[in-house]
Ligand binder design. Structure first.
Ligand code: PRP
Length: 217
């Protein structure tokens, strides 16, 4: 016989780090706890709440939409930046309102002019797809995009690139390196994403979770 849906685990993929901690704090408010996960010394990758039949695992942020698209996780929590960059077939169902920051084009003040006249410029970013979409489709400016993996602010300083596309939270990294926000691309925050098949198979449990979370935002 087909198992009752209550017997099936709902699996959550959480982006590692600050975001995962914030997510567990929020989940505690709606009674979803996971004691196992609080042990900081543990090297375990997957955690279970047997009462609720929930499983949680931590993954690198950019891998979260991948797990969710393939159904290895029913639900994911990850930054909007990663969702936009990865462009996976998943449902984005809820803005969790934490991890707020902005995706921006940044550089030295002198680079401002380069953004006005459709000049061919070099753009360094950890987010080549977001950068490409912004410059090609929204600004109609042909640019050369250079993918970096972090400390992107170095790009304009060492003249690898004219500008960068990066996340700005407090703005202090920019300030301390003589750079500034030149254009704002979009606001960012943590989002909940859902596998498209899971949404059809477990609509009650997933909708209930969304409703409960929304009440605490
Ligand atoms: C992020 C981002 C900026 C910085 C922005 O980097 O890429 O560098 O934070 O924050 P601020 O506006 O508050 O200074 P992260 O710390 O994730 O490291 P990374 O450089 O390796 O990407």
């Amino acid at each position: 016989m087909e198992k009752m849906s209550e017997d099936r685990y709902l699996t959550f993929a959480l982006g590692k780090g600050r975001l995962a901690n914030k997510t567990m704090e929020l989940f505690e408010k709606i009674g979803v706890t996971c004691e196992e996960m609080k042990d900081k010394d543990s090297r375990k990758l997957i955690f279970v709440n047997e009462d609720l039949k929930f499983r949680f695992f931590l993954a690198k942020g950019p891998d979260v939409p991948t797990y969710v698209e393939y159904g290895a996780a029913d639900i994911g929590v990850v930054g909007k930046d990663t969702i936009m960059e990865e462009n996976r077939r998943v449902y984005e169902v809820l803005d969790l309102k934490y991890g707020k920051c902005r995706m921006c084009v940044c550089g030295p003040k002198s680079a401002e002019e380069l953004l006005k006249h459709h000049e061919m410029i070099r753009v360094a970013s950890k987010y080549p797809n977001i950068a490409k979409d912004y410059f090609y489709n929204r600004k109609h400016q042909t640019v050369d995009i250079i993918k970096l993996n972090g400390s992107v602010e170095l790009g304009p300083i060492v003249k690898l690139a004219d500008v960068i596309v990066d996340i700005v939270e407090t703005g202090s990294t920019l300030r301390e390196n003589g750079l500034e926000v030149l254009e704002e691309i979009c606001p960012l925050s943590a989002r909940m994403i859902v596998n498209q098949v899971s949404m059809q198979m477990e609509p009650e449990r997933i909708k209930r979770l969304i409703t409960d979370l929304r009440a605490h935002l």
